[in-house]
Design a protein around this ligand. Structure first.
Ligand code: FAD
Length: 498
């Protein structure tokens, strides 16, 4: 069969597009297969807030990435450095030391150079000021190691990457669902693709799988993560149904990582059941909960809302909300906290309740009213003295209640009062394929499968139990670039052998 392309890239999110561009830089003729129609292209990456976690030695390196920060603006910014060691330590801390050390080092160590490479491809970045800093003493204080985001969120990221794809003359096929890998002797050399309803074999010297994990497939969620995950809202694309993972397993790839785990958050109770491409921008999350208290329908708290900065707890608290009756929890704030809430709380899409007294607020909620009020009063009594400061872990805590609140424990006592109902939204599954630091997919004996590469959220072994915010895009970009580069080099070696 005639080989029309050197490298076939499956998927059209951040990881896939970075792969396609990197393979093209190696001189390969590349095609991108996107399962979605054109108006739903870009995967979960399109839905993101664009927050991207990078290691940097000083503010100067951030200014190189965002050159339009003026000296005057810079003077008003306090940004702690976030070194490779800091990033690596955070990754290991939140994954309970389980992250694959080689993959983790590669992710962290290549993060800054990959951001610079993305910039060269036309991706623009800006400060993540609204979500990752607070004004204090006239200065903007950043916290949590996540000061960078792509301009205009995931919409901007995907728009710029497609712009570059077009500039490079890379073909993109829409409504092109990869179904099966072709293998000849010991080499993967193409895919069977259903393109606009017609199945055909597409030959290529190498294949990069970057087509997401299985979060949008109800059956796979139930099978691998647990029955209760049927009820989770899918935050992103409907097209990530585990196809790439299953295709790779069918040719002998090794499963890797935490197959029973996933990234999930507290999202608006009335968010769409699956990501709506007309409403991107990650507008349904509710991420100010560290300064709230969260109660379930029985009127009980169930997590330490202030255990850490939002960046290090949000991805594991979705699971805790899913466990509550009817999969719902209520974030409670009073008027002193309300101005500190992130902008998503002010959107017309935000579901909320408001009242002048706590009793009137709770009357509007379908909860055990007596227990609900009692819990809030008990919490207020347990709050210890101290200075409330959301830009640091302020240690302002509770005593004598379970679960405790470790930081940002402020009394909920001045009306008006506010309740925001949230449920569990799944982002992606942690389990996936085993790749090495060259992005090569490994078989059951941990040997590379010739011609097969993978990147993005379908790679297992990096995230377990939890996740440091902004690492999904970084992982997709780092491993996408690597997989594409290596796939391009592999093509050259295959052509030399011919
Ligand atoms: C609402 C939301 C907000 C988020 N915010 C952030 C954030 O701010 N920062 C961050 O780091 N991470 C964020 N994430 C996580 C982030 O989106 C993912 O980690 C990352 O984008 C995954 O990139 P990817 O390229 O691997 O997958 P995706 O971007 O999901 O791309 C997968 C692609 O594969 C295609 N596809 C699937 N199956 C097939 C098939 N059989 N054949 C062909 N194509 C196929 C899909 O259509 C899609 O184009 C967020 C996720 C969501 C849902």
């Amino acid at each position: 069969m005639k080989q029309a392309y050197d490298v076939i890239v499956v998927g059209a999110g951040n990881a896939a597009l970075c792969s396609a561009i990197a393979a093209s830089e190696q001189g390969a003729k590349v095609v991108v297969l996107e399962k979605a129609p054109k108006h739903k292209r870009g995967g979960n990456s399109f839905f993101t807030d664009g927050a991207i976690r990078v290691a940097y030695e000083d503010f100067h390196q951030i200014r190189e990435i965002i050159p339009d920060i003026t000296d005057e603006e810079a003077d008003k910014i306090e940004m702690p450095v976030y070194t490779k060691d800091d990033y690596y330590d955070d990754l290991m801390r939140v994954t309970a030391g389980k992250s694959d050390t080689d993959l983790a080092h590669q992710l962290v160590g290549s993060s800054l150079e990959t951001i610079k490479w993305m910039r060269q491809q036309g991706v623009a970045f800006e400060l993540n000021a609204k979500n990752q800093s607070f004004i204090n003493d006239g200065k903007r204080h950043f916290w949590g190691g996540l000061p960078l985001k792509t301009k205009n969120k995931g919409i901007g990221l995907i728009g710029q990457l497609f712009h570059r794809i077009d500039e490079l003359g890379i073909d993109v096929l829409y409504e092109a669902r990869a179904m099966k890998l072709l293998k000849e002797a010991d080499r993967v050399n193409g895919v069977v693709v259903e393109h606009q309803g017609e199945a055909k074999a597409l030959q290529g010297a190498s294949v990069v799988l970057a087509c997401g994990s299985f979060e949008a497939d109800k059956e796979m969620r139930k099978q691998h993560i647990g029955d209760e995950w049927e009820a989770a809202i899918v935050r992103g694309t409907e097209f990530n149904t585990g196809d790439g993972i299953e295709m790779a397993l069918a040719v002998g790839a090794q499963k890797y990582g935490e197959w029973s785990g996933c990234h999930s958050i507290g999202t608006d109770y009335n968010a769409p059941r699956v990501g709506d491409f007309e409403k991107p921008g990650d507008i349904f999350k509710k991420h100010s909960y560290p300064i709230s208290i969260m109660l379930n329908k029985d009127g009980q708290r169930f997590v330490d809302e202030g255990a850490d900065f939002r960046n290090y707890t949000y991805a594991k608290y979705g699971k805790e909300i899913l466990k509550q009756k009817d999969h719902v929890a209520y974030q409670i704030y009073d008027v002193t906290l309300r101005p500190l809430l992130r902008e998503e709380y002010d959107l017309e899409e935000a579901t909320s309740f408001q009242a002048d007294t706590l009793e009137e607020l709770v009357d509007q909620l379908p909860v055990n009213k007596k227990a609900f009020i009692e819990t809030i009063y008990e919490y207020n009594d347990a709050v210890q003295a101290g200075t409330f400061n959301p830009s640091i872990k302020d240690g302002k805590h509770t005593e004598g209640i379970t679960p405790p609140k470790t930081n940002w424990a402020a009394k909920i006592e001045q009306g008006p009062f506010y309740a925001f109902p949230v449920t569990c939204g799944i982002t992606f599954a942690f389990g996936g394929l085993h790749v090495n630091t060259d992005g090569k997919v490994l078989d059951e004996d941990a040997q590379p499968i010739n011609g097969l590469f993978a990147a993005g959220e379908m790679v297992g072994g990096i995230f377990y139990e939890n996740y440091p915010g902004g690492s999904g895009l970084m992982s997709g970009a780092v491993y996408g670039k690597i997989a594409g580069t290596e796939a391009g080099k592999y093509v050259q070696s295959v052509n030399v052998m011919k």
